[in-house]
Design a protein around this ligand. Structure first.
Ligand code: GLY
Length: 415
């Protein structure tokens, strides 16, 4: 039996939340060990607190989750080259009436269940911090975290360094377990898009399509949307992050559906553009084929060493050049100016995972490739987005099972 499973089982039995599914405790340990090797100081990471409103569920802060898999609120992590300590709050029995049992730092199983050899009460954080300061020249914090700033005020003569940037260097390259989880979210999302296509026809509301799609992955146990679902028809198809989803589809329009699941903590991001009435108009076909051509050109160029977006050669430039050298707007002008966003971004625990778009891609990097053309004057928006993992020789398209050729799409929409 895998250790992660045993730990999860122990957690269920004791009523506590434990490690994230799919990533082993050994992998979390390795991530911390790798990070600690490069630390010339002390890193303090604050986990997410229990939300105090009824709208929000508890989700762990993504850097904290990446390094620990710990899913309980209020924890703090202290890392140096020599040591790692998880600080936990004492149990709050009143709060547990509402949110369930938690693990306290005095529980003898806390080290085994958390994967940290040293677990201490959160009340000991300040004194432990002051002690390591004696040998730590700088303090790594997540920028903007006020809890970190408060602690840093005890160390005014120490330099501050960016913890998020240091962790991002690791997060940019995914392990095989992470890639499997992203693939799982992507499979659920592909099924969601196919269900959405069935539902798509003139007269249907955008929110009905969004509901059909998200239901598919929620029924599979995915815990949340990776981002607010975008289903934009006609005039809404040109709004990049349109998420109101409150318009009725008309025939003759394009519908941009940018919807993705987060399952077992890992996000995906997939977009397709389909004709509301099941058939693209000749103008929509022309524009669709240009976006698809740009996407294919960029995907064909992916390999380790190329850059997503940078001065000079980049995948973005390849897609832009393709769009700008094919077709015209109603005024005879090239179409490059209608490709108004970046070609892609890193994906992982977050849909916009940290990572430098100008850095050379590495094997194991997961990114989206999503060119688009948005022409308000014509009420036509078209975006085609796939998620890919960079391999030693090129890339693998994780969302390849979702058709993107016009003929295949027209066979499925509304049927
Ligand atoms: N799919 C939404 C975004 O990448 O911004």
């Amino acid at each position: 039996m895998r250790l992660a499973f045993v730990l999860a089982l122990l957690g269920v039995m004791s009523g506590t939340a434990t490690m994230a599914a799919g990533i082993t405790p050994q992998e979390y340990r390795q991530r911390r060990a790798e990070l600690r090797k490069s630390l010339d100081g002390v890193m303090i990471l604050f986990g997410a607190e229990e939300p105090d409103d009824l709208h929000t569920s508890f989700f762990q802060e993504s850097n904290f989750l990446y390094l620990s898999g710990w899913r309980e609120p209020g924890a703090v992590m202290l890392l140096t080259q020599q040591t790692e300590i998880l600080f936990m709050p004492y149990r709050d029995l009143r709060m547990e009436l509402y949110t369930g049992r938690k693990l306290g730092p005095d529980d003898p199983d806390a080290p085994k269940l958390s994967g940290f050899d040293r677990v201490m009460p959160k009340s000991a954080l300040e004194s432990a911090f002051l002690k390591v300061l004696e040998t730590a020249p700088r303090v790594y914090l997540i920028p903007g975290d006020l809890r970190g700033q408060k602690l840093k005020s005890l160390a005014v003569f120490h330099d501050e360094a960016d913890a998020a940037q240091a962790i991002a260097r690791l997060r940019m390259v995914k392990s095989s377990a992470e890639i499997e989880l992203i693939a799982k979210s992507t499979d659920a999302t592909v099924a969601a898009h196919l269900a959405g296509w069935k539902k798509t026809r003139p007269g249907v509301w955008e929110y009905e399509i969004a509901a059909t799609m998200t239901n598919v992955y929620f029924e599979r146990g995915c815990e949340r949307n990776a981002y607010a679902p975008i289903v934009g028809s006609g005039p809404n198809s040109v709004i990049l992050h349109y998420a109101a989803n409150h318009r009725r589809l008309d025939s003759g329009e394009t519908v941009v559906a940018d919807v993705g699941a987060e399952c077992s903590d890992y996000a995906t991001d997939v977009t397709r553009t389909v004709p509301a009435g099941g058939k693209f108009t000749p103008r929509q076909r022309e524009l669709y084929d240009i976006v698809l051509g740009a996407q294919k050109a960029a995907i064909a160029a992916i390999r380790p060493g190329v850059r997503l977006r940078a001065d000079g050669a980049s995948l973005h430039q390849i897609a832009y050049d393709y769009i700008n050298s094919h077709g015209h707007d109603l005024h005879g002008q090239p179409l490059g100016k209608y490709f108004v966003h970046g070609l892609g971004h890193y994906v992982g625990l977050e849909v916009h995972d940290p990572g430098d778009p100008a850095a050379p891609l590495k094997t194991g990097t997961v990114i989206t490739i999503e060119p688009g053309i948005y022409i308000p004057e014509e009420n036509i928006g078209i975006r085609i987005e796939d998620i890919v993992v960079v391999t030693e020789t090129g890339c693998k398209v994780l969302s390849a099972a979702l058709p993107r050729e016009i003929g295949d799409i027209e066979k499925l929409v509304g049927k």
